[in-house]
Design a protein around this ligand. Sequence first.
Ligand SMILES: Nc1ncnc2c1ncn2[C@@H]1O[C@H](COP(=O)(O)OP(=O)(O)OP(=O)(O)O)[C@@H](O)[C@H]1O
Ligand SMILES: [Mg+2]
Length: 269
Amino acid sequence: MPAIPTTARITAIINYKGGVGKTTSTINIGAGLARQGKRVLLVDTDPQANLTTCAGLPKDSEHTLYELMRYECDLSAAIRLETETTCGCAVLPACEKLSRLQREMADELDKERVLAEWLTTLRGDYDHIFVDCSPTRNLLNDNALVAADEAYIPVQTEHLAAQGLGLMADRIQEMRRKRVNTGLHITGIIPTLFKTSQKACHGVVEALREAWGDVVFQTVIRDNVALREAPARQMDVFSYAPNSAGAEDYAALVTEILARMEAKEVTYV
Ligand SMILES: Nc1ncnc2c1ncn2[C@@H]1O[C@H](COP(=O)(O)OP(=O)(O)OP(=O)(O)O)[C@@H](O)[C@H]1O
Ligand SMILES: [Mg+2]
């Protein structure tokens, strides 16, 4: 049977607000899709390198996104294969040096386009590419937003959560308006850290659905101890606690993502 040609969509998982579940979502969506037989690449753009360590990789690899951004190595040197990580996804790791990139590249032309240049050449090799972002507006996040076809925004289901979301929506609209990335849209809002017993959390989810409609995933990610513990074991939640509420929720989210892709109808803002 001939190989079915596929082209990976590039999805930035981003919110300038910290600790909302960006990295948790990236690793577990990736691991869930890999378990469905998808070829997935996860890109860690955060100098904290949380995704890198969650995937079972060291923080101080010789070749990382930093060397790639500086054209000091090529993709084959930087990318760790599915067989080398704990999550079943290929990973482009981060390192602490990424925090100096903005300063080092200050005078370079088209410095927001470097990641896009690299990732575009990989579209044929994967079904999905996810870019985990850090919680600040910086050069690496701008690179992620230039490279991406779409953005998923994890939103903590707490009071004031919508503020971060509004900021991201404005930024993405600005990318389109300034013609930096005219095709970029928010195609998924992921309610996270949902506390079932707290009335306020239910209210936030309702408000999100009212404001953003079907862009908000039906799946809500509950606050679950397995999701908190898995990173310390350098594992995704499916390997760490397959019967947990966390594994159940991310499996449901992956099913929803696949259904949206099959429907070929994207709801976006
Ligand atoms: N649904 C959840 N239930 C319990 N703990 C969670 C859940 N989601 C994330 N966490 C925990 O909350 C913390 C923040 O999550 P995470 O690192 O995914 O957020 P982030 O948005 O990537 O943070 P940063 O902005 O620092 O990159 C982590 O300790 C993580 O294990
Ligand atoms: Mg993170």
